[in-house]
Design a protein around this ligand. Structure first.
Ligand code: FAD
Length: 302
């Protein structure tokens, strides 16, 4: 069996695996797509000490760093079941069952898409999902935020300080964000809110040049010219496969303590799949290291 088996090969998983391997213990990593979300990222400018890089380049560096150690990398493999027996079992889609004394879950998350024409086509060409990451790319320009929940309104407030003008598009007739966020939003001079509207299309040529939406009560179609669209309708953790095997919150995020421990002894978690407050590369890597050191501590004590 493995001493530490990491499930998920993004920044959190790579960091966890390296920290484990550096203890000289038997370490494996299973990933259905080694690299994770950063494979879909263009510019990365907030990975501290690296002024600017691209996602695929950072993913390649992660892989190279992992391969520098004695880590059993099982790429293109998807976990479908976790069960705690004497050892912890991870069953893969291909039917194989891996056994380990401890497991670190780092299966990440995915942004929910609006699913309108132009969204996929202009991803990283004006369509963005992370205001902390991509906000500064739109300095002085006009952008829209799709989604009026807490994350959408937080994004709009954040962006209003950087860009020229922010338009918020909410499908429902009311914003769902907390009232203190709404008050802050409405106090800003460069924000317009459209409620009860449905996004129809994100338009562009080489990159985004506008958004078309429908006013749901009148059925009237409107078009706004802008340079960027932030989609903020939810971040979904990749944790369905766990079922009730580990405790998850109402958003499906794995509940961890400050050591990265879940409710199941020997099972730890890190990165975007957990209930961590913020989802970023640098934060995922830090939590991967935390979970790994905790797993090592658990092995020493058991
Ligand atoms: P992920 O990167 O999501 O990795 C999850 C891993 O688990 C993947 O290898 C996946 O294949 C694997 N996996 C999932 N389910 C299973 C399963 N059942 N079995 C096996 N493997 C599984 N953050 C920044 O800090 N700066 C940025 O500039 C930035 N830009 C971004 C731009 C975009 C377009 C996106 C989508 C995100 C961006 N982020 C950015 C966020 C950042 O990418 C994430 O916070 C980070 O990748 C999370 O790392 P993670 O390891 O927790 O999860």
């Amino acid at each position: 069996p493995f001493d530490v088996l990491v499930v998920g090969g993004g920044p959190a998983g790579a960091s966890a695996a390296i920290y484990a391997a550096r203890k000289g213990i038997r370490t494996g990593i299973v990933a259905d797509r080694f690299g994770g979300q950063i494979l879909d990222t263009a510019a990365i400018e907030n990975f501290i000490s690296v002024n600017r890089t691209e996602g695929p380049k950072l993913a390649a560096s992660l892989e190279e760093h992992v391969k520098d150690y004695n880590i059993d990398v099982m790429n293109l493999q998807t976990a479908k079941r976790l069960e705690k027996k004497d050892l912890i079992e991870i069953e893969l889609e291909n039917g194989a069952v891996l056994k380990s004394k401890s497991v670190i879950l780092s299966t990440g998350a995915r942004w929910r898409n609006v699913g309108v024409p132009g969204e996929a086509e202009f991803r990283n060409k004006g369509v963005a999902y992370c205001p902390h990451c991509d906000g500064p790319l739109f300095e002085g320009k006009d952008v829209a935020v799709i989604g009026g929940g807490n994350s959408g309104i937080e994004a709009a407030i954040d962006l209003a300080g950087i860009v020229n003008k922010v338009t918020v598009l909410e499908f429902a007739s009311e914003l769902k964000a907390d009232s203190v966020l709404q008050e802050r939003l409405y106090s800003l001079p460069n924000v317009t809110v459209h409620k009860n509207v449905q996004t129809k299309e994100i338009t562009g040529t080489d990159s985004v040049n506008g958004i078309t939406y429908i006013e749901r009560d009148s059925g009237e179609e409107k078009h706004i010219e802008l340079a960027g669209v932030f989609v903020q309708i939810g971040l979904v953790p990749n944790t369905d496969w766990l079922g009730n095997a580990v405790e998850r919150n109402k958003f499906g995020e794995i509940v961890v303590d400050k050591r990265g421990a879940t409710n199941v002894p020997g099972v730890f978690a890190a990165g975007d799949c957990t209930d961590s407050a913020y989802k970023q590369i640098i934060i995922s890597m830090g939590s991967g290291a935390t979970a790994s050191l905790s797993a090592f501590d658990y092995l020493v004590r058991n």
